[in-house]
Design a binder for this molecule. Structure first.
Ligand code: UDP
Length: 469
């Protein structure tokens, strides 16, 4: 990978050294490593610190990686197997080992001057402040989601009852089915809900606050958000090859927790005609109910579209008996793939997605229409925006038990893949693709915000000026 400078005044001798630290899940490591690459491309020395278990999955060239500990060094979260236990252990072990890492670098010629931390880890900001260095929060979700949770943290909203929509500054009315599941069902994952709110517990001490989104996409939402904190939009954090192309050779995140079956997928896709394949993926965390799995499986079969379905090993047992034999050459099921490579392939005509925020940004950045099947967490508001605000897809209706039945699903697939409406959707998504590229290209809104960050870091370093800007 050749790194190109966009700021001729920059050189690696600027004494700035940024440490980037993600929450150790796929949907967090990817955008943060991408941010690290952007900083490097602007000649900022950058180190990526992640947990022992995830260090081995980082393959991005030129990125220096250092381990920290979540207390479960063999296999991370699955070793803890309990959200509360994992988060508590990560906070105590993470704070200690991150602090040690900062200290280790303080004895070198390139001490760490700023920690860019995943907003899920507010304790990393405490570590930064303890050492007298800068701290920048990085939100890996949409500005809309920041807006919602920040208002809850500050006691500024009441969760609506009786199916009334939630009305918030900058946001469209959010119906019950559009609300993050932690709000709709607070008892479902109390530890995750607590974590979502803890992001704002010490945010007033952060020197910068970044959100992985862009002005054209969430400009309205941001008007409501900046009443709460001065968010800077720096996204989409998608590898440069798919956007501005300024980081040479940057075709993938360079961080994969599972081994992608790239060759199998591409070889199979090559046998299919242009825009004829539905790429189906529910990301790295979703676990479907057996009933929902069956409806999707038989829906895909019934639709007669070609499909490439990513189903993690742990999910495959829920497939209807004999399904793999039934689909023959129409479909292929793989445990993991290089999603960007597939979304960029001409054979893919739509993305059946769980609407995780990275998948959302990737579908927009690569110009792929979507069928939204959100399952939990922030996927529900993401789906609302995809369907109704950005108009790049369709969200089939779920029944009274929350299950999308095969008939509804097939109908949505058809709307997105053929007919008049599919052309409108495709035009819209191609427009977003252009706007995403513009945002990170030279002089674009996100590029400017990253350049401002770089400039401020260098100025502060020069003048020894600690404190908020
Ligand atoms: N992804 C991938 N291969 C797959 C499925 C997903 O590389 O087979 C990547 C995808 O490109 C995205 C990330 O995994 O960057 C998933 O993040 P997202 O926020 O969409 O969902 P999460 O996994 O956090 O629910």
């Amino acid at each position: 990978m050749v790194l190109q400078s966009h700021n001729n005044n920059n050189n690696m001798n600027n004494n700035v050294h940024v440490l980037v630290i993600p929450y150790p899940a796929q949907g967090h490591i990817s955008p943060l490593i991408q941010f690290a690459k952007r900083l490097l491309s602007k000649n900022i020395k950058t180190t990526f610190a992640t947990t022992h278990y995830t260090v081995q999955s980082i393959t991005a060239p030129n990125i220096t990686v250092e381990p920290i500990s979540d207390g479960f060094d063999q296999s991370g979260f699955s070793q803890a197997n309990n959200v509360d236990l994992f988060l508590t252990s990560f906070k105590s072990n993470g704070s200690k080992t991150l602090s040690n890492l900062v200290q280790k670098h303080q004895k070198t010629s390139t001490p760490i001057t700023c920690i860019v931390y995943d907003s899920f880890l507010p304790w990393a900001l405490d570590v930064a402040k303890k050492h007298g260095i800068y701290g920048a929060a990085f939100f890996t979700n949409s500005a809309a989601v920041c807006n919602i949770f920040c208002r809850i943290h500050h006691g500024l909203i009441e969760v609506p009852v009786d199916d009334l929509p939630l009305i918030l500054p900058g946001l469209p009315p959010l119906n019950c089915r559009d609300l993050p599941s932690f709000i709709r069902f607070p008892e479902s994952y109390p530890a995750y809900m607590a974590m979502k709110l803890s992001q704002f517990s010490n945010l007033n001490l952060a020197d910068w606050m970044f959100v992985n989104t862009f002005q054209a996409l969430e400009g309205e939402v941001v008007k409501g958000l900046t009443e709460l904190f001065p968010a800077k939009l720096i996204g989409p954090m998608v590898p440069s090859a798919y956007l501005d192309g300024r980081i040479k050779g940057d075709k993938g995140y360079g961080a994969s927790l599972w081994k992608p079956l790239s060759e199998d997928c591409i070889n199979w896709l090559e046998t299919k005609s242009s825009k004829s394949v539905a790429y189906v993926s529910f990301g790295s965390m979703v676990s479907l109910t057996s009933e929902q799995m069956e409806e999707i499986a038989f829906g895909l079969k019934q639709s007669e579209v070609n499909f490439l379905w990513v189903l993690r090993e742990s999910e495959q047992g829920k497939l209807p008996k004999g399904f793999k034999e039934l689909i023959k050459e129409k479909g292929i099921i793989v445990t993991w793939c290089n999603q960007l490579e597939l979304l960029a392939h001409d054979g893919v005509g739509c993305f059946v997605t769980h609407c995780g925020w990275n998948s959302t940004l990737e579908s927009l950045s690569l110009g792929v229409p979507v069928v939204c099947l959100p399952q939990w967490a922030d996927q529900l508001p993401d789906a609302k925006f995809l369907e109704e605000i950005w108009e790049v897809g369709v969200r089939p209706k779920e029944d009274e038990n929350g299950v999308v039945k095969r008939g509804e699903f097939v109908e949505s697939l058809k709307v997105v893949m053929e007919g008049e409406k599919s052309e409108v959707i495709r035009r819209n998504v191609m427009e977003w693709k252009k706007l995403a590229r513009d945002a990170v290209s030279e002089g674009g809104s996100s590029d400017k915000n990253i350049n401002d960050f770089v400039d401020q870091l260098m100025k502060k370093e020069k003048h020894g000026n600690l404190g908020s800007y």
